[in-house]
Design a binder for this molecule. Structure first.
Ligand code: GSH
Length: 200
């Protein structure tokens, strides 16, 4: 087993955080996409679900958050010590909350609920991230380089914006600067501009 593979449905969904993370890290990966989970991939998915990840070290790995934590740890962007790791993990989980908020609101299809998510629920997370960034002496959540926290926040803001939850970062200057910084990294800018439209 050589190289890195990410396998998922042909959309952003749960795999996109993994793809964006690997892109940031300049890790080349085979981006396998399908309409139905192929039998040979399902057979390697312990719980019958994707995203599916593999590399020569871990072999097969499933569960989005486990994959993300593994990659972040492997490439040293998970935090420098126990406390920083926990804080980064906490921010990562908050991005999952935002992902779930937009997903559930769209699934429910209730316009008032969508409006509440767009104007109240998501901005609360933006304000919280801004506050955390304000406590940092750098433009990143922790230390003087990008960690999983920065990438995960960048990813989810761009992700929900594609599905009806475009919330401006302008009122949050540190968050705005972070998102612009990551978005202008050559590998990320290239990936985002080439990313094909997705319905989920
Ligand atoms: N907790 C899992 C959930 C994975 C999951 O629900 N995957 C869905 C797609 S988003 C799936 O594989 N559905 C197809 C199936 O269950 O057959 C994770 O985060 O990876």
């Amino acid at each position: 087993m050589t190289g890195v593979t990410v396998a998922y449905f042909d959309g952003l969904g749960k795999a996109e955080v993994i793809r964006v993370l690997l892109t940031y890290l300049n890790v080349e990966f085979k981006d396998v996409r399908f309409e139905e989970i192929p039998d040979e991939i399902r057979a390697k998915c312990s719980f019958g679900q994707v995203p599916y990840y593999e590399d020569s070290e871990v072999g097969s790995l499933v569960e989005t958050n486990a994959i993300v934590r593994y990659i972040a740890a492997k490439y040293n962007i998970a935090g420098k010590d126990l406390v920083e790791k926990a804080k980064i993990d906490s921010i990562y989980e908050s991005t999952d909350d935002v992902h779930v908020l937009h997903y559930q609101a769209n699934k429910k299809g209730d316009e008032a609920e969508k409006e509440r998510v767009r104007t109240v629920a998501i901005p609360k997370f933006f304000a919280a991230w801004e506050k955390l960034l304000s406590q940092s002496s750098t433009k990143f959540f922790f230390g003087d380089s990008i960690t999983l926290a920065d990438i995960a926040v960048f990813r989810v803001i761009g992700h929900v914006a594609l599905f009806g939850y475009k919330v401006s970062t302008t009122p949050y200057p540190k968050l705005d600067a972070l998102v612009n910084h990551i978005g202008s990294l050559p590998q990320i800018a290239k990936y985002i501009s080439a990313r094909k439209a997705s319905t989920f």
